[in-house]
Ligand binder design. Sequence first.
Ligand code: ARG
Length: 464
Amino acid sequence: MAQNKNNKAIWNTRIKKDTSSIFKKVGSSIDVDKRLFKEDIQGSIAHVEMLFKQKIISFKIKNKIIWGLNRIRNEIIKKKFNFNSNLEDIHMNIENRLFEIIGDDAGYIHTARSRNDQVITDFKLWLRNSTSEIIKQLNELINIFVKNAEKNVKTIMPGFTHLKNAQPISFAHYLLAYVEMFKRDKKRFKNNLENLSENPLGVAALAGTSFNIDRKYTSKKLKFKNPTNNSIDTVSDRDFVLDFLYSVSVCSTHISRLAEEFIIWNSDAFKLVNLHDKVVTGSSIMPQKKNPDPLEYLRGKTGISFGNLFSMLTILKGLPLSYFKDMQEDKELVFNSFDQIKNSILILKEILNNFTPNKKRMYELANIGYTTSTDVADYIVKFYGFPFRKSYQITSKIVNYVERKKIKLNDLTLKELKKIEPTLNEDILKVFDLENSIKSKKSYGGTSFENVKKMIKKYKKESE
Ligand code: ARG
């Protein structure tokens, strides 16, 4: 429980007994929220500067407090600070140390504020920095995708639907699909910055304060756009926490989809990609094994990030206004999700820098499963004037025939073709070709090599 330098709780004049030791132990959040120390000190400095400007505290006291706070920051950075779980959280730990360093003048620091507004201020500042850090990481990740795409414009692979071979695509086009996903993630995180731009400091416990404070001044100091509008909402609001946890979950989902695909493609059955030794681990019993553990880590951690989002939603559901201790759980969830997404992006970058597509196998597989059937049907519509449903039927007959004969579409002879549909001529044979199929997908956003090259250019320009 929060105690002052005599080892007595701050509230000991009112609450005569020591809090039960089990609650002291589990109710303390210092092990988690000490991560907020820089932001806590930053917020406190802005607060006392404002108190001085408003003539609520003297110049001398303001300077003394700021000097003490700077010293505390150094102590923590140099690991010379003794975090005390009896002092509950980071706010009380710092305030208590300030008392030790500058004496009773430290008592002025908590004028016109409460831990309720203090903690959200710290947390929003922390989230603002961390969100920017994730955006930076996503930019780097996107660049690696584009680099890989550049090397694989002409790499032909089967595109899948239902995990069945569907149509041939450029491997680069597949990689660029992830660029779009991570660009949306970036946007999502950027949008969150908007909700993080309102300053909670100064709403105090829940009702505001009778001191003549200047919340616009602290907003400016802390680089918030505006002060929040409603004191009750401010101390109750954890929407910005949900936004962050949701954004991490979506980004993680994207990562997990690629992880799953690469796990499948790396399997002995598929062999479409080869993971280098840096991104596999061995087996304790089977000497031959090279397992894609890092990819499985990515898939597994995605579940944890969903858990964090659902935990927070559940904590907030039905919670009356305004502050409750329940909300203290928010930091552990956010820190965990942040660490997880940061590590996941780093690992994904490693994987993308340490794999080789098996181009030969990709091509072979793309040629299995009659993947150019749609091209044939389209061609018959365009050049023989049949309605699509009719040409779909003709093509189905062709597919049935080659399947029965156990040959590929491009093994068909004109004679065989004419037997199925006499109006068809030699020109149709070129349509079975995988490259031609890809080249023909020129519609905007399609997989044609030309389109893919243009998109790579566009992404490269965006990243400049
Ligand atoms: N450690 C607390 C939290 O994170 C700070 C706010 C405490 N306020 C209170 N009224 N007990 O939620």
